[in-house]
Design a protein around this ligand. Structure first.
Ligand SMILES: CC(C)(COP(=O)(O)OP(=O)(O)OC[C@H]1O[C@@H](n2cnc3c(N)ncnc32)[C@H](O)[C@@H]1OP(=O)(O)O)[C@@H](O)C(=O)NCCC(=O)NCCS
Length: 211
């Protein structure tokens, strides 16, 4: 797709390092000191539940400024059914291009592609201030809870097939690939330029109070 000043296209092997660095730059010190999202992406690509058709980059002036990836996931219904869903992320926009609408364009484009593939619903943990604009709602309002935090308002869902979740109550667990081995990660991260890990207000890990 080419429109205005950007292009969205599938990620190619020669983009891998650039996209991992972009992911690192986008997430660094945002939710925790440093970040591991670029390693999640790195480890996911060869896995079976990685959705190759939805591994997309956004280019502007020949430079990659955005990326999104999807994985196959599911809701475990209380009646024992496994209800297929997809989960996406990391989604990254280069720091210099944040809050100019590119993230929403990339997300909405990828959602349309997921819909064309017949995906019934998307389930993710994230900020409703961003995802709400693309039609996500708190999953617990639809009877679906997040296994790690059943009351969490940040566990979000979007039906792509209307009524797909009607009559379904159940729980969602993050796909296993979102958990990384810390020691392996530290070794992998050494390939990137050094960056300082900082504890900052607004991160999801609490700031320790020194007595
Ligand atoms: C989150 C991210 C992908 C959003 O992309 P973006 O291009 O910056 O966002 P957009 O400009 O498309 O945002 C559209 C609207 O969503 C909302 N929004 C976006 N980011 C937000 C944030 N961090 N907090 C609150 N609202 C946000 C705003 O209402 C925004 O409109 P506005 O700028 O006119 O107020 C990007 O900022 C990013 O890479 N962040 C770091 C990594 C990250 O957090 N990824 C998501 C993990 S859940």
């Amino acid at each position: 797709m080419t429109k205005d000043d950007y292009t969205i296209r599938p990620e190619r092997e020669e983009d891998f390092r650039e996209v991992e660095n972009l992911t690192r730059e986008a997430f660094w010190n945002v939710y925790a000191p440093g970040c591991t999202e670029h390693y999640v992406l790195h480890c996911y690509r060869p896995k079976e539940d990685f959705v190759r058709e939805l591994d997309l980059v956004m280019e502007k002036d020949g430079i990659i400024i955005g990326h999104i990836m999807y994985v196959r996931s599911h809701i475990l219904s209380i009646d024992g059914r496994i209800v297929p869903t997809m989960t996406f992320g990391p989604i990254s926009i280069a720091p210099a291009h944040k809050r100019r609408g590119y993230g929403k364009i990339l997300l909405d484009y990828s959602i349309e592609k997921a819909k064309e593939m017949g995906t019934g619903a998307l389930a993710i943990t994230g900020n409703i201030a961003f995802y709400g604009k693309s039609g996500f709602v708190a999953a617990k309002t639809k009877g679906i809870t997040y296994q790690l935090d059943p009351d969490g308002d940040y566990f979000l869902i979007k039906e792509l097939v209307p009524g797909y979740l009607n009559g379904i109550s159940g729980t969602f667990k993050d796909p296993d690939g979102y958990t990384v081995n810390d020691a392996d990660f530290e070794e992998y991260d050494k390939q990137f330029p050094p960056k300082q890990k900082l504890r900052l207000p607004g991160q999801l890990v609490p700031i320790e109070h020194k007595e």
